[in-house]
Design a protein around this ligand. Structure first.
Ligand SMILES: *Cc1c(COP(=O)(O)O)cnc(C)c1O
Length: 892
C-alpha cells in the first residue's frame, strides 16, 4: 500500500500539471484529489493543514498554487523526506515566507538523526479534538527525546483499523473512550479493508468499544503499544480479558506529559538492542586482550604490511567488536545470563514465542538441535522427504526413525508441493493400528516450502493432536520468519497457529465442540471417516508443543548464518536439560559476536518497521506477477505461476484461484488463508523459463552473467524469484527490462533464424516443458533396516544403515549407466543406498541410507541434467550397502 499511495500522489500531480498548463479541466484534479483525501486522513503527513490548503486552492481555482503544493507534498510522500525536513510541513513556498513558529515538528534537532514515527490518536470527534491534542503533544517535545512523532487523529473504530492497516509508520496508539464505531467516510477502500478483516459492528461490544479496538489492533499488529485514556477505575479494567492488549491505562485527567513520556518509552523499549548496545559500548573501551583472538582490536591487521587491506575493507569497528571474552558484559551464547538472555527474551516476545534461542551456525544447526533435544533414538519422526538435509542428518545423528510422507508432486515443473494432511493423518492412523503410536514423537514439516507452499499450520496441528495429543511439531520456517509481521500470513506461521490453538483451548465452547464431534463419530469410527473429517482434538488433553526454526538471515536483516529457534512448549521443562545438551553438542564455542548482534538488530527492525517492510515485499511481488503476466511480449515467453498452478484445486477449498484473477478481493485472499489446505506465499515467484527455451540452470547463469541478477533456486524449466524486505520498486523495473530484452532477442532470433531455427526452438521448448522425468516417491527401507516396523508404515533405522557403510567391506559401487545396474534392478539382489544422494536442484534426497533403489529412482537419476549431485560419485557410480556383509556381521 505505500507504493499505491505514492502512485496516487504521482497521479494527482500529473493531473494538476495538466490543469495548470490548461490541458485539462479542474474536474479531473477534483476526482483525483477526492480519492486521496480519505487515504491521507490515515497519515500524519501531509496532515490537516496542508490538505486544507490544497482543498482551498482547488476550490479557488488556483491551478498554479495547487500544482506547486501538490508537487511538494508528493515529493515528500514519495521520498519520505517529511520525516526529517520540517520545511515539508510548511504551507509557505519558501523559507522567507515562513512564519517563525507554527508549532511545526522540530525534526532533526541538534543535527542528530532521530527516528520518526506516527501515533494513532483515536478520540470522539476525531478531527477537531484530535488536532488540538496533537498540538498539545507537539509542545511537549524536548531536545533530549530520542524520537520524534506526529499524531494521526481519527474518530472511529473503523477509521482506526484502516489507519493501522494502511499506515505502516504507526508505532503507537492512544485511545480516548467515547468514539463511534462507524466511520463517517464511505470510501470503497475503507469498506474493503473492514470487510476483509471480517469486522462486523454486531460482533463488537458497544459497551467496551475501546477494549475491543485495542484487541483488534493487537491482532493486526501485535508490536503496537496501545494506551487507553479513561476515567474508569483501574479495577474495572484489570480483570477484563481484553485488557492484556493495553500497555498502559492513563487517567484522562492526568497530564499529557505522562502520555508523551509513555509513548516514547514504549518505542524506546523496542528500539533497545541489549546485546548490540553493549557490544558498541565494549568496542569503544580501551582493552588489552590476552585471550586467544589475535584479530580483536585489529592491531595484527592495521600494523601489517600484508593484510592491511582487510582492515581498510572491513573498517575498524568490526575488529574492536571482536572478542572471545564473555566478560565485559559480553555474555555467553552457550549459557546466557545477561544481555544475550535479554535479547533472546525480546526476540521471543517479538515473534510470539515463549522462548527464543539465537543460533550462529544457521538453521542447519537449529534443526539438528531440535531433533537431538526432543527425539530419543528409536522414536519415530513423521517428516516430508523434501525437508532440508539438516533434518535427515539430524536423525542419522540422533537415531530417530524417519517415516517419510510424500508431498504432492508438480511433475510438469519438476518440483514438489507440500505434504497433504491426509497423508500425515494416514501415517498416524497406520501406526495406531499397528500399536506403535506411542513411538511417534514429532511431526516435522517445512513451512513455507522453497517454492512457497504454506501449510494450514493450525489445522495440521489440531488434526494430528486429535490422534495423538502430545505430539511435538517442528516447523522449519527457514524462509518464513518475516511472515510474523504480516497479519495475513501470521495465522499460518507456527507461532501464529500455536497462539490460536492456545486461545481455543481456553474457550469453554471448545470442549463442547469436541464432545459433539465425538458423539457424531461414535465408538469406532472407520479410517475413511477419520480421514474425511476435520478432527477436533480434546482441548483438555492437548499438550501444545511447538518448535519453529528460522533463518533470520534469509528474510530479515541478520548476517549470514544468523538463525533462531522459537519455542512454545508447555512441557519444555521435561526437555530443558536435553535442549541444553543439544546446544552444547552443536553450537560453536566461539560464536561470532557480529552474528549475535545482527539477530538482536533484526528483531529491533521487525518490531519497529517490519509491518511496512513486509507489506512492501508483498506489494512488490504482486506487482512483478502482474507486470510479467500481462506484458504483451514478455508473457509470450515467460510466466509467473499463480496459486492455481502451484496448488491443486482440491487443496484450495475456499475456491480461491489467484491473487491476480480479476475480481479477487482482499477478503477472498484472507478467506483462502483461513480455510485452504495450502496457500502460496506471494513473495516466492516461480518464473517459467522453459517456454523461452531455457532450462533453469541456463537461465540463472544468463541472468547472473549478463545482467547481474542473482537468484538461487532452479528447476528443469523454471527459476525462483523472491522479493524480500530489501527490494524496491526499481528492482521490478530492472527485472522487467531484462525480461523484455531477452524476449526481444528471442523474437529476433526466431525472425532471422529461418525455419530450421524455429523448429529447433520449439523442439527445445517442448522437451523442457513436456519431456519431464517423473518424480520418484520414497521407496522403502531394506528389511535389514526396518527394525520392528509393521506392514503398513515405512519408517526405518537410517542411522544403522549410515554407519554400516563405514565398513569398506560392506560397500560396493554400481555404475549408474550400465548393464549391471539394469540387471540388479531386474534380478536382484536389491540395491541399497549407502548414503544420501541429493541433487541440486531440486535439493531433496532421492536416496537415503538404507533405502532400496527402484526403477523410478534410477530413471530419475539418469534423466537428471544437473551438475551437482551430493553423495554421488560419477566415476564409480552408486555407492551401495552389501546386505550380506551387514547381516553376516550382525549374526556374529
Ligand atoms: C536454508 C534452509 C535451511 C538451512 O538454513 P541455513 O540457515 O542455511 O543453515 C533449513 N531449512 C530450509 C527449508 C532451508 O531453506
Amino acid at each position: 500500500m505505500p507504493a499505491a499511495r505514492a502512485d496516487a500522489w504521482r497521479g494527482l500531480t500529473a493531473d494538476a500539471r495538466r490543469w495548470a498548463a490548461g490541458k485539462a479541466d479542474r474536474a479531473a484534479v477534483e476526482r483525483a484529489f477526492a480519492d486521496i483525501v480519505v487515504l491521507e486522513e490515515f497519515h500524519a503527513y501531509p496532515g490537516a493543514r496542508l490538505m486544507a490548503t490544497l482543498r482551498d486552492r482547488l476550490a479557488a481555482g488556483s491551478a498554479e498554487g495547487f500544482r506547486n503544493l501538490a508537487e511538494r507534498v508528493s515529493q515528500a510522500v514519495v521520498t519520505r523526506s517529511y520525516k526529517h525536513d520540517e520545511g515539508d510541513w510548511d504551507v509557505a513556498e519558501s523559507a522567507a515566507d515562513r512564519m517563525p513558529d507554527l508549532g511545526l515538528p522540530a525534526h532533526g534537532s541538534g543535527g542528530q538523526h532521530r527516528p520518526f514515527f506516527e501515533m494513532l490518536l483515536v478520540s470522539p470527534h476525531g478531527g477537531t479534538r484530535g488536532a488540538q491534542q496533537s498540538a498539545e503533544l507537539r509542545k511537549l517535545r524536548r531536545s533530549e527525546d530520542a524520537f520524534i512523532y506526529e499524531t494521526v487523529p481519527v474518530g472511529s473504530f473503523e477509521d482506526a483499523i484502516c489507519a493501522a492497516i494502511m499506515n505502516p509508520g504507526i508505532a503507537a496508539v492512544t485511545i480516548y473512550e467515547g468514539f463511534d464505531f462507524a466511520s463517517h467516510h464511505d470510501a470503497p477502500v475503507l469498506r474493503s479493508v473492514i470487510a476483509a478483516r471480517g469486522i462486523d459492528a454486531a460482533d463488537v461490544d458497544e459497551g467496551d468499544l475501546a477494549l475491543g479496538l485495542a484487541s483488534e489492533l493487537k491482532r493486526l499488529r501485535p508490536e503496537l503499544d496501545i494506551y487507553l485514556l479513561s476515567d474508569r477505575k483501574v479495577e474495572s479494567l484489570a480483570g477484563h480479558p481484553q485488557a492484556g492488549a493495553l500497555r498502559r491505562v492513563l487517567y484522562s485527567v492526568e497530564e499529557m506529559l505522562e502520555l508523551h513520556l509513555s509513548v516514547l518509552e514504549g518505542v524506546a523499549e523496542r528500539f533497545r538492542t541489549p546485546f548490540f548496545d553493549n557490544l558498541k559500548h565494549y568496542a569503544t573501551r580501551p582493552i588489552s586482550t590476552f585471550h586467544a583472538l589475535p584479530i580483536a582490536r585489529g592491531k595484527s591487521v592495521f600494523k601489517s604490511d600484508w593484510i592491511r587491506d582487510m582492515g581498510e575493507f572491513y573498517g575498524l569497528n568490526i575488529f574492536l567488536a571482536e572478542s572471545s571474552a564473555t566478560t565485559g558484559g559480553l555474555d555467553s551464547l552457550l549459557e546466557p545470563t545477561g544481555n544475550i538472555k535479554e535479547a533472546q527474551e525480546m526476540a521471543a516476545r517479538a515473534f510470539g514465542a515463549d522462548r527464543c534461542f539465537f543460533v550462529t551456525n544457521g538453521t542447519s544447526t537449529s534443526n539438528k538441535m531440535v531433533h537431538q533435544a526432543v527425539v530419543a533414538p528409536g522414536e519415530i519422526v513423521i517428516l516430508d522427504r523434501n525437508c532440508h538435509k539438516s533434518h535427515h542428518y539430524g536423525m542419522v545423528l540422533g537415531g530417530a526413525q524417519p517415516l517419510y510422507v510424500e508431498a504432492f508432486p508438480m511433475t510438469e515443473y519438476s518440483m514438489y508441493g507440500a505434504v497433504p494432511l491426509a497423508s500425515i493423518k494416514q501415517a498416524l492412523l497406520d501406526l495406531k493400528a499397528e500399536g506403535r503410536l506411542d513411538r511417534v514423537r514429532m511431526v516435522d514439516l517445512t513451512n513455507c516450502t522453497f517454492d512457497g507452499h504454506i501449510y494450514n499450520t493450525r489445522r495440521v496441528m489440531e488434526e494430528c493432536l486429535a490422534i495423538k495429543p502430545d505430539l511435538v511439531f517442528l516447523w522449519d520456517e527457514a524462509w518464513f520468519g518475516f511472515a510474523r509481521f504480516s497479519p495475513v500470513l501470521r495465522p499460518r506461521t507456527a507461532m501464529g497457529a500455536a497462539a490460536a490453538i492456545e486461545a481455543w483451548m481456553h474457550d469453554p465452547a471448545s470442549v463442547a465442540a469436541y464432545e459433539t464431534q465425538q458423539a457424531e463419530l461414535g465408538e469406532n469410527p472407520s479410517r475413511e471417516t477419520l480421514l474425511a473429517t476435520r478432527l477436533i482434538p480434546d482441548p483438555r488433553q492437548i499438550r501444545l508443543r511447538v518448535y519453529q526454526t528460522n533463518s533470520t538471515h534469509k528474510s530479515m536483516s541478520s548476517l549470514r548464518q544468523g538463525s533462531m529457534i522459537l519455542v512454545k512448549d508447555v512441557d519444555y521443562h521435561t526437555v530443558e536439560s536435553q535442549f541444553r545438551e543439544a546446544v552444547f553438542t552443536h553450537a560453536s564455542t566461539s560464536p561470532n559476536q557480529q552474528l549475535i548482534a545482527s539477530l538482536d538488530i533484526a528483531r529491533r527492525q521487525m518490531e519497529l518497521e517490519g509491518y511496512g517492510l513486509v507489506m512492501n515485499a508483498i506489494e512488490i511481488s504482486l506487482s512483478i506477477r502482474r507486470e510479467i503476466n500481462s506484458h504483451p511480449l514478455i508473457s509470450k515467453y515467460f510466466k509467473v505461476l499463480g496459486a492455481e498452478e502451484m496448488v491443486p484445486a482440491s487443496y484450495r477449498q475456499s475456491g480461491f484461484s489467484d491473487f491476480l484473477t480479476p475480481g479477487t478481493t482482499w477478503a477472498d485472499q484472507i478467506r483462502s488463508m483461513n480455510e485452504d489446505e495450502f496457500c502460496l506465499d506471494p513473495t516466492r515467484m516461480t518464473l517459467v523459463c522453459g517456454t523461452a527455451g531455457f532450462d533453469g540452470t541456463e537461465f540463472k547463469k544468463l541472468l547472473a552473467d549478463d545482467y547481474d541478477i542473482q537468484l538461487n533456486k532452479t528447476s528443469r524449466n523454471s527459476v525462483l524469484l523472491q522479493s524480500n524486505i530489501n527490494n524496491t520498486r526499481s528492482d521490478i523495473a530492472q527485472l522487467l527490462r531484462v525480461l523484455l530484452d531477452i524476449s526481444n532477442a528471442i523474437e529476433k532470433r526466431l525472425a532471422e533464424g529461418g525455419e530450421a531455427g524455429r523448429v529447433a526452438f520449439f523442439a527445445r521448448v517442448k522437451s523442457l516443458m513436456e519431456d519431464v522425468p517423473d518424480l520418484p516417491d520414497f521407496s522403502h527401507f531394506h528389511d535389514a533396516f526396518r527394525g520392528d516396523a509393521g506392514e503398513m508404515t515405512v519408517e526405518g533405522d537410517m542411522r544403522t544403515a549410515f554407519f554400516a557403510a563405514y565398513d569398506p567391506a560392506a560397500c560396493e559401487y554400481v555404475p549408474l549407466f550400465g548393464e549391471e545396474c539394469d540387471r540388479r534392478l531386474a534380478e536382484g539382489p536389491e540395491m541399497v543406498s549407502a548414503n544420501f544422494v541429493i541433487p541440486y536442484p531440486p535439493g531433496f534426497p532421492i536416496m537415503v541410507p538404507g533405502q532400496v533403489i527402484t526403477h523410478e529412482t534410477i530413471d530419475f537419476m539418469r534423466k537428471l541434467d544437473v551438475k551437482e549431485i551430493h553423495g554421488f560419485n560419477r566415476e564409480k557410480g552408486l555407492r551401495l550397502i552389501r546386505i550380506e556383509a551387514v547381516t553376516a556381521k550382525s549374526a556374529r
